[in-house]
Write a protein that binds this ligand. Structure first.
Ligand code: ZN
Length: 261
């Protein structure tokens, strides 16, 4: 993916443009990717994940957006959706998400439905796991060579958290297996650069999860079956920056729930 500058519109694919929000941190990586989906000759765009509430970002997104068909959300974490209501107020475009409580002027997204806008067919896939309301969007342009927007389900670098208690590891593994079937279409993540094609990237995530699960099983043998999530983190996540341990604790809690049904 081309090097991104904050709050600048960049064409990543002929039908997928990004405005990178200047909100980098350990969870958002370089910042939030706000996506605009439209072909060159389309008169309306689909806006995906407008981002955090911030004047500079809002201005950049509105300038880039043109006329909007709709505002869709990959999930309800604030770094993706916080400014959605203001974009709705300013443009009149409906906000749509899996979680009905996030919708404004439009219906909740349903698994399998297609949005035909921006010169594209965009199919909604419910991909729960990172959060219960996580969605991915499979984009089919008229000339072929599609892409999938994955929000935080697949990131541009490293791996993601299963956000306990809302996330669910069993659901997450099923979502990754489903995304893997997309094969060689390009992953457009919610944070970070394009990591590659859906098939191999989803497989990498599945392998990582299986490896972590085995480490947690081993930790429970070493520490005792009723070990706390924190104790497991300190045993397993020795290769991860301590600043991430609090988040790792959520992931471990989700793994413990998975292993101790
Ligand atoms: Zn998230």
């Amino acid at each position: 993916m081309a090097e991104l500058a904050y709050e600048m519109l960049v064409e990543v694919m002929p039908f997928a443009l990004v405005v990178l929000q200047n909100n980098p941190n350990i969870m958002t990586l370089d910042g939030t990717n706000t996506w605009l989906l439209r072909t060159a000759d389309a008169d309306r765009a689909i806006l995906v994940d407008p981002g955090e509430d911030d004047e500079t970002h809002l201005t950049a997104v509105l300038e880039a957006a043109g006329t909007l068909d709709s505002i869709v959300l990959t999930h309800g974490h604030y770094d993706h959706c916080q400014v959605a209501a203001r974009v709705h107020d300013l443009t009149g475009a409906p906000v749509r998400a899996i979680d009905p409580s996030l919708c404004l002027g439009g219906e909740a997204l349903a698994d399998g439905e297609s949005i035909d806008a921006g010169g594209l067919r965009v199919q909604v896939w419910a991909t729960p796991g990172h959060s219960a309301d996580s969605a991915s969007f499979v984009i089919t342009p008229p000339e072929g060579g599609g892409a999938v927007l994955t929000g935080d389900t697949i990131l541009g670098r490293g791996t993601t958290v299963v956000a306990y208690p809302d996330g669910d590891l069993g659901a997450y593994l099923a979502s990754l297996q489903r995304l893997r079937e997309l094969g060689d279409i390009t992953v457009l993540p919610g944070h970070g650069p394009v990591p590659g094609a859906a098939g191999p990237v989803a497989q990498f995530y599945l392998d990582h999860r299986e490896q972590r699960l085995q480490q947690v099983r081993d930790a429970l043998v070493a520490l005792g079956a009723d070990a706390s999530a924190r104790a497991v983190v300190e045993h397993v996540y020795t290769d991860v920056d301590e600043k991430l341990w609090e988040h790792a604790e959520w992931s471990v809690q989700a793994q413990l729930d998975y292993l101790r049904p």
